[in-house]
Design a protein around this ligand. Structure first.
Ligand SMILES: C=C(OP(=O)(O)O)C(=O)O
Ligand SMILES: [Mg+2]
Length: 427
């Protein structure tokens, strides 16, 4: 048991070279912990409001320095003396100080930075790994890494509409093997692109970002890379997409592959694509407010595919509840900075799981070296994580943290003489 003795906030750079918030918390037992806040590019309109430099009007013209100032001037004094393990109490206090529904007063980035740093300090003070502190004794499930190896949409300067083409190594026996196979396919894809004279430049999440004639062409290149790396597409490795359709939804239709399409036409397109390729998961197939389209998509393809709401749900329990009521998807993408506190993130995951929805822990396209989401994926037993390509340090940092977690769990199992443990979520 240790109480908060001091909080420091500062502006640092994220992986796109944009300013973001970092928070350090000191406890009265000498513990010091640090957390940094990520940021999106294809942000949903219903996300909690960050105070972030000049990206869009919705940031009210208030930059990261305002979030830092809010922590120092309006949060620090209010939290001194709190037990660091009282996460819910502290998060509620932060929400009360903010007083708005969208966290626009203090900034969701100010609140989240403090919320995550509190959790890390409490874990460290208790001499527990973060995943163990957050997840308790039953935290044991390593997530399938959904590795985004080809970037398009808002994350690349190419002409490819779909934002993320991911490989999921579901046939691997352990997380370590899954990551290795993903890295091998990543390297094979680079060789395939080179051989065809295509660009090997990278997008925001470390995937390759070539110009291509169609979205299916991206899947063909990945299929070739999987084979070249010696894996079987469909059994060792399956495919997943984040379409990020809100980005190309204009005036009531989807401007996709240079044509205007209705929601029905998009659903038909996905049905055909999922027949031609072993795609298991599609995120944001439709726009963030096209609830009817989402329900139609889930009715038609939900028994075959994981349909993941990102911009649709924005990790917000109220929007997830609507999605459950309207059968608008069957899975939730979980991004801590969309909702803006750890407690509310847990609430979102719990609501999803209690209602039979799957969850996928997720990074943002603008990231830092902070690895909290790796621990969170294991702590919540979400079974899936997406944190970009198996290259670029801000992405690899999360995968490397999962290697350490898997090792810690395996060491514990060895010590106890236990058998097949930890468990890798392979299906
Ligand atoms: C990670 C994503 O991108 P961004 O952080 O730009 O929203 C996403 O859309 O899932
Ligand atoms: Mg997304």
């Amino acid at each position: 048991m240790a109480t908060i003795e001091g909080i420091v906030a500062r502006e640092i750079l994220d992986s796109r070279g944009n300013p973001t918030v970092e928070v350090e918390i000191g406890l009265d037992d000498g513990t010091i912990a640090r957390a940094a806040v990520p940021s999106g590019a294809s942000t949903g309109a219903f996300e909690a409001v960050e105070l972030r430099d000049g990206v869009k009007d919705r940031y009210n013209g208030k930059g990261v320095e305002n979030a830092v100032a809010n922590i120092e001037d309006r949060i620090v004094e209010q939290l001194l003396g709190y037990e660091a393990s009282e996460q819910r109490l502290i998060d509620q206090k932060l929400l009360d100080i903010d007083g708005t529904a969208d966290k626009s007063e203090l900034g969701a980035n100010a609140i989240l930075g403090v919320s995550l740093a509190v959790a890390k300090a409490a874990a460290s003070s208790a001499e527990l790994s973060l995943f163990r502190y957050l997840g308790g004794p039953n935290a044991h499930l390593l997530p399938v890494p959904m590795m985004n190896i080809l970037n398009g949409g808002a994350h690349a300067d190419s002409n490819v509409d779909v934002q993320e083409f991911m490989i999921a190594p579901i046939g691997a026996p352990t997380f370590r093997d899954a990551l290795r196979s993903g890295a091998e396919v990543y390297h094979a894809l680079k060789a395939v692109l080179k051989k065809k004279g295509l660009s090997t430049g990278l997008g925001d999440e470390g995937g390759f970002a070539p110009d291509l004639p169609s979205n299916a062409a991206a899947l063909d290149l990945i299929a070739e890379a999987v084979q070249a790396a010696g894996y079987q597409l469909g059994t060792d490795i399956v495919l997943a997409l984040d379409v990020a359709a809100t980005e190309f939804y204009k005036d009531g239709s989807y401007v996709f592959e240079s044509a205007q399409k209705s929601a029905d036409e998009m659903v038909n397109y996905y049905a055909k694509l999922a027949e031609a390729y072993p795609i298991v998961s599609i995120e944001d197939p439709l726009a963030e407010d096209d609830w009817a389209g989402w329900s139609a998509m889930t009715a038609s393809l939900g028994s075959k595919l994981q349909i993941v709401g990102d911009d649709l749900f924005v990790t917000n329990p109220q929007r997830i509840a609507r999605g459950i009521a309207e059968s608008a998807a069957n899975a939730v993408l979980v991004k801590v900075n969309q909702i803006g506190s750890l407690t509310e993130t847990f609430d979102a995951v719990e609501l999803a799981h209690r209602n039979g929805f799957r969850t996928m822990m997720s990074h943002r396209s603008g990231e830092t070296e902070d690895t909290t989401i790796a621990d969170l994926a294991v702590a919540t037993g979400s079974g899936q994580i997406k944190t970009g390509a198996p290259a670029r340090s801000e992405r690899v940092a999360k995968y490397n943290q999962l290697l350490r977690i898997e090792e810690e769990l395996a060491d514990a199992a060895r010590y106890a003489g236990a058998g097949a443990f930890p468990r890798y979520r392979s299906a």
